[in-house]
Each structure stands twice: as structure tokens, then as C-alpha cells.
Design a protein around this ligand. Structure first.
Ligand SMILES: C[S@@+](CC[C@H](N)C(=O)[O-])C[C@H]1O[C@@H](n2cnc3c(N)ncnc32)[C@H](O)[C@@H]1O
Length: 301
């Protein structure tokens, strides 16, 4: 975790932006779209009209949000890098998505400390926290909800650092804001030794696969699929939240004669065991997907 000292920006020159587009963008699009889909499952009737992405880079979260909620009418992307904003504008234009977009060159800190009162239905902060010093993170997390008219979501890579950052955000907002996802019934669960994170498989187009290959030491061609791991937390005041018992937070593990499933419940992460001899329960449980919402408890006897 970084302290108060300014963090060296990851993006320092134009080629860094292009490299980000070529390499990271498909993965961050996959993780953000996947997190937003999970949120849409939790609040199936919610239809946001406006989205703001802080630290938008090439507009990743905005594009993902429009694919999950096609009714989105307006988008604001904020970033401190003009080249990223220009790329975001060009990509959105090329996508032909019907979205009234505004691009703002600013720092996150300036935005959150401004007198501006506009609120947004959906605010996305994707893969940015790890670039902010602790002091800025704290200010952002404390103030961001006042600019939300719906849901705020923070997403980070599913790494040790990403998990620690998201756990920190969840800890700061819990008790003050209503947690929507991935937690159950607004109940914060400590990460402990178990990282609550998710995985989204995605496929790169051929030219990106070749770029990735060029960075590998192995002469064997890189696979055309990858898994983007991520963790996230979303909160807000949106009616119609789906009632569920738990969410699968990892792969089903098959053992001799039984399987176990890691499930996030409001009591914590549990690992119910389903015996193979209970055929119907076993057949149901073995097909549970990582990330799947579980409406009722898994039968274990
Ligand atoms: C890793 S990229 C993430 C881009 C996009 N959200 C995504 O997930 O693909 C981080 C972005 O945050 C921007 N950024 C970093 N620190 C910032 C700050 N203090 N204010 C505004 N933007 C910032 C960077 O310029 C960069 O575009």
C-alpha cells in the first residue's frame, strides 16, 4: 500500500497510452463489464441515464456501462491525460453508440473538491485507486457519494494490492452507505485470507494476441483467451435490490466423493460440501459458475 507520497504516474508519454490500448484495455473492459453485469443482476429494474467515469483512460468503463445498460443517454469521462481523452472520444465515436459524451481534463482530487453539484446515476472508478496516494484516496472515498444519484462502483485488479484497496473502500463506506455488491444484504464481510474476487474470460483479436506474444519469452503462441481477475465494491440507494442467499466466489472444487463451493454469504465466506451420492444436489452444484448468484442455500445433506 502506498503512503502519502505522490505515486509515479503509470502513463507518462503518448506511447504509454497506445500501449495501454493494445494490452490492458481488453482486460480492463472485460473486468469492468463483468462487474457491471453483476450489479445489474442485483438491481434488475435499475436503468441509469447518466454515467461518470473517473480516470476513464480510453473510456473503458463508459463503453462497458453502455453495453450493460443500453438506455444510458449521457456520459462524462474525466482523466488527467489529454491523449487518453482524445482516444476515448475517437473510440466512442467509432463505436457509433448513441451517447452524449463530455470529456473533462482534470485530476480526480480537483473534481471531488470542486463546488460542482451535478450528480450521476452511475459513477465508475476503475483501476485508478492504485495510482492515487492514500490521502487522495481517502478524500475521494469520503466525498464521492455526495455526487451520486444512484450507484458508485470501484473496481481494481484481482491482485493482493487490488483486494486490499477494495477492502479499504468497502470498510470506509460500510455503515454509512448501502452496500449493493458483491456483499449480501448490506453486510460487510472481512476478506481475511480469502480474497473476494472474480474472473472474466475474454478473447483478444488476433492483432492483440500478436502484441502479447511479442512480449512473451516462450516461443509458443499465446492462447487467444485470458482471464481478467478483478475485485469490486458497489454501493448506493437503488430500489428493487434482489434478495439472494449468496454468491459463488471461486471455482467449484471436486474432491473424492464430494465437492465444495466457496460462497459469499452475509455470515462470511463458507465452503459447503455436497456429497456425490446426493446426485441431484451434486449435479446442480457442480455447474455453479464463479460469480453466480445463489437464491437459496446449497443443500449439503
Ligand atoms: C489504469 S488506467 C484505467 C483506465 C480505465 N478506467 C480502465 O479501467 O481501463 C488509470 C487512469 O487513471 C488516470 N489517472 C491516474 N491518476 C489520476 C488522477 N489523479 N486524476 C485523474 N486521472 C488520473 C490515468 O491517466 C489513467 O488514464
Amino acid at each position: 500500500m502506498q503512503g502519502l507520497n505522490p505515486i509515479e504516474p503509470h502513463i507518462q508519454k503518448p506511447t504509454d497510452c497506445i500501449a495501454y490500448l493494445a494490452l490492458r484495455f481488453p482486460a480492463t473492459y472485460a473486468q469492468i463489464a463483468s462487474a457491471l453485469l453483476q450489479i445489474s443482476e442485483r438491481v434488475p429494474e435499475w436503468r441509469p441515464q447518466s454515467v461518470l467515469e473517473l480516470g476513464c483512460g480510453p473510456g473503458t468503463g463508459i463503453l462497458a456501462a453502455k453495453s450493460v445498460w443500453p438506455g444510458l443517454a449521457s456520459a462524462t469521462g474525466l482523466d488527467q491525460e489529454q491523449l487518453f481523452l482524445s482516444l476515448a472520444e475517437e473510440i466512442l465515436y467509432g463505436s457509433q453508440m448513441a451517447l452524449d459524451a463530455t470529456w473533462v481534463k482534470s485530476t480526480v482530487l480537483k473534481w471531488v473538491q470542486s463546488e460542482e453539484k451535478t450528480t450521476y446515476d452511475l459513477i465508475i472508478v476503475g483501476n485508478v485507486l492504485n495510482e492515487l496516494p492514500q490521502e487522495e484516496r481517502d478524500i475521494l472515498i469520503q466525498k464521492i457519494s455526495s455526487r451520486s444519484g444512484g450507484i458508485v462502483v470501484f473496481i481494481e485488479p484481482g491482485t493482493n494490492v487490488g483486494n486490499t484497496l477494495i477492502a479499504e473502500v468497502a470498510g470506509m463506506v460500510s455503515g454509512v452507505q448501502h452496500l449493493i455488491a458483491p456483499y449480501i444484504d448490506n453486510t460487510l464481510v472481512e476478506n481475511g485470507d480469502f480474497w473476494i474476487h472474480f474472473s472474466q474470460r475474454f478473447q483478444r483479436p488476433e492483432f492483440q494476441r500478436r502484441i502479447r506474444q511479442a512480449m512473451r519469452e516462450s516461443p509458443l503462441m499465446a492462447s487467444d483467451w485470458e482471464d481478467a481477475k478483478y475485485c469490486y465494491v458497489a454501493w448506493g440507494n437503488v430500489p428493487g435490490q434482489k434478495t439472494i442467499w449468496g454468491q459463488c466466489v471461486g471455482h467449484v472444487e471436486k474432491q473424492k466423493g464430494f465437492l465444495t463451493i466457496p460462497v459469499l454469504t452475509k455470515e462470511g465466506v463458507i465452503h459447503p460440501r455436497v456429497l456425490k451420492r446426493n446426485k441431484a444436489d451434486y449435479n446442480y452444484a457442480k455447474n455453479i459458475r464463479w460469480g453466480e448468484l445463489l437464491e437459496s442455500p446449497i443443500t449439503t445433506s
